[in-house]
Design a protein around this ligand. Structure first.
Ligand code: DON
Length: 576
């Protein structure tokens, strides 16, 4: 039986919990009506994901004895169907897997790659100017070679217990029988400019008369059911080498913004297993996804800087918020200059060096905002300073977390980039627009931009799937969508839970106050103006706005599992 019950206040205690073996946007993600939430509690296993049907699919797999890897596959396939605007097999993902038997945490990089024919001028107009970001998003040119399906296959081969085909059954049934369009999906369709001009998307998300599907109407996706049946039976071959690959290559040749992806690009796609990037923070180790994501490094820098203050003693409030904003500004300055796909560009080794971060912390005046931060000079043999590039707004992503009955854990962020990605549909799924995560310019003043487009390279991401370890054992899983705001969303949840002792749901629900080395964004709400006034008093430029995180978290405590789902979205935490 599925259980969601009220929770006690979380206390992350030292010692190994029993569960770990001995050792502004034109294509926005619509917001849901905010309803109060309480954490979910469970003893044996838990899943938290951005849609109740996805969480239920994961729950059923875990209840049937499946591993966290099995549940991840089922959750991802259902998310592709019911939250199609955010993630799916046409996109990319990063997944952290904690193997309880081996006591080992691994990160899997299923990020999209640039086609072989994409070069540094990819996002320049014939006149040599960077393309307008939102003009670049729709159509095949923005589509990177998708990695999510290959990632799911690798994780299942490594850690799966149930047969691959079984994991597709929930999504196939729902795709054939149909499911009710949620409030957020309906709003996302209605608000997605230009979506109906793509025939595949029009057939899927609109009535014949061109009006968008409404909340509660039934959406059937027989093409996706057929795709899933093929993949369930034949594996990922048809997607990367066969009939679906051919359809993807044909689909990206759109009239406007035609793409250059080839069959060879798809056949050459590789998931990369990488060591997670971990940062010591007080008594914890906070681990996440390294390059090509900037997630773990930027979150890690923020925490490394904040560790110079006794936040638990300060408690929540304006002084701690000020420090949080300044730490974010400093970390984002380094992110902008240095971080990119390190398989293609040299990056400083010392971005998380404690001495370097101590120096960065000294730049913070607790009484006054520093304004725009400049990047530091971390220990690095090759001091070839870079240009920061042209950052674009980013918004279509989902985060899920899973703990199985054997103590294996998953923290995964999965994306097609903007809401509805490139808007190109083939075989019942949307293709990503991840190539717009590259810098639109390759150099500035003769200096190279680290995140420039290069053939086969992976665009810099902000996705920050996180696993917190205590004495080597996972005690907290967290992550969020939100473009580059993912980084402060995750950092704020970590500080809330680890430093301020908040229950995961309380931490997730806290109004966001964040910065990305620009104005302080303050989440609209009853306390927003007072916070804005107080921060303005410290010299911050402030902006009150809607902040659409999608945090999902599970705390693993000696007393059991405590899960949280962001009230700003539609998700759910379910466990037993
Ligand atoms: O990889 C990234 O950082 C972005 N493409 C993620 C986009 C995103 O989170 C959109 N969210 N709402």
């Amino acid at each position: 039986m599925r259980r969601i019950v009220e929770t006690a206040v979380l206390c992350l205690m030292a010692g190994a919990p029993a569960l770990w073996a001995e050792d502004q946007t034109p294509q926005p993600e619509a917001t849901t009506a905010l309803t109060e939430r309480v954490s979910a509690e469970a003893q044996d296993f838990m899943v938290a994901a951005a849609h109740p049907l996805a969480a239920e699919a994961g729950y059923d797999i875990l209840e049937a004895g499946g591993s966290a890897a099995d549940a991840a596959v089922a959750v991802q396939m259902v998310l592709n169907l019911v939250e199609p605007q955010s993630s799916g097999i046409g996109g990319g993902a990063f997944l952290l897997y904690g193997d309880a038997a081996l006591g080992r945490l691994t990160s899997f990089d299923g990020r999209e790659t640039a086609p072989a024919a994409a070069g540094p001028d990819y996002w320049l107009t014939p006149e040599g100017e960077p393309m307008d970001f939102f003009a670049a998003v729709p159509g095949g040119k923005s589509v990177g070679v998708p990695g999510t399906l290959a990632l799911m296959k690798m994780v299942h081969e490594r850690y799966g217990k149930l047969p691959w085909a079984t994991l597709f059954e929930p999504a196939i049934a729902m795709a054939e029988e149909g499911f009710p369009v949620s409030q957020r999906l309906a709003a996302s369709i209605a608000e997605a400019e230009g979506l109906a001009s793509f025939p595949g998307a029009r057939a899927l998300f609109f009535h014949e008369d061109g009006t968008p599907l409404q909340e509660g109407e039934t959406l059937r996706n027989p093409d996706f059911a057929r795709t899933l049946r093929l993949i369930a039976a034949d594996g990922i071959g048809p997607f990367y080498h066969g009939a679906i690959a051919r359809d993807i290559v044909a689909a990206v040749k759109t009239e406007t913004n035609p793409g250059v992806m080839t069959l060879e690009d798809l056949a050459g796609y590789r998931v990369i297993e990488r060591d997670p990037v971990c940062m010591e923070y007080r008594s914890w180790e906070v681990c996440g996804m390294g390059p090509p994501s900037s997630g773990a490094l930027t979150v890690g820098q923020m925490l490394g800087i904040l560790s110079h203050w006794d936040l638990p003693a300060m408690g929540e409030g304006v002084p701690a918020t000020h420090l949080f904003l300044e730490a974010a500004n400093l970390a984002f300055a380094d992110r902008g200059l240095y971080m990119a796909d390190s398989d293609f560009v040299d990056m400083p080794e010392g971005l998380l060096d404690p001495d370097y971060l101590a120096g960065r912390a000294e730049l913070i005046d607790p009484e006054h905002a520093m304004g725009e931060a400049t990047a530091g000079e971390p220990p690095w043999d090759e001091a070839a300073l870079r240009a920061p590039g042209l950052a674009a707004p980013e918004h279509g992503t989902s985060h899920f977390v899973i703990v199985d009955a054997g103590g294996d854990v998953v923290s995964a962020t999965t994306t097609i980039e903007q809401g509805f990605g490139s808007q190109v549909v083939t075989n019942g799924f949307l293709l990503n627009n991840e190539l717009t995560d590259f810098s639109f310019v390759a150099e500035e003043d003769g200096k190279p931009v680290a995140n420039r487009v290069e053939p086969g390279k992976r665009p810099r991401s902000s996705m920050a799937p996180t696993v917190v370890l205590e004495e080597g054992v996972p005690v907290l899983l967290v992550g969020s969508p939100g473009g580059s705001r993912i980084i402060p969303y995750v950092a704020q949840a970590l500080v809330g839970i680890l430093d301020f002792g908040l229950d995961p749901q309380e931490a997730v629900d806290r109004p966001h106050v964040l910065s990305r080395n620009g104005p302080a964004d303050i989440e609209e709400g009853p306390e927003a103006q007072a916070m804005a006034d107080a921060l303005a008093g410290l010299g911050h430029e402030t902006k009150i706005r809607d902040l659409n995180s999608g945090l999902h978290a599970i705390a693993i405590t000696p007393e059991g599992l405590i899960g949280a789902a962001d009230k700003r979205r539609e998700g759910e935490a379910l466990g037993q």
